[in-house]
Write a protein of this length. Structure first.
Length: 90
């Protein structure tokens, strides 16, 4: 196919918000009276922080739920940039 891992990652990065925000089931659920009453004007929003560099990954959680956590200055910077872009509506 000629696609590299980087090509696929970039495609996922760009397409994910479009596919999730336009998913028929999410649109249907978000339009229900119950959701609109609890959260007027509700709509799905997604944000990403993309970094390059080293990171340490670790599993955090319990027997019922496990999440991955990533630690490094690179990840911290990406997180801050993502939060800043969300504030500015970028």
């Amino acid at each position: 196919s000629g696609h590299t891992i980087a090509d696929c990652a970039l495609s996922a990065f760009i397409l994910s918000p479009l596919l999730v925000a336009g998913h028929p089931k999410l649109l249907e659920l978000g339009a229900t009276d119950e959701v609109q009453k609890a959260m007027p004007g509700y709509k799905v929003k997604m944000g990403y922080g993309l970094h390059t560099g080293w990171a340490i990954e670790g599993a955090i959680g319990s027997d019922l739920k496990i999440d991955a956590s990533y630690l490094s200055p690179n990840v911290n910077l990406a997180s801050r940039l993502e939060a800043a872009s969300a504030q500015d509506g970028v």
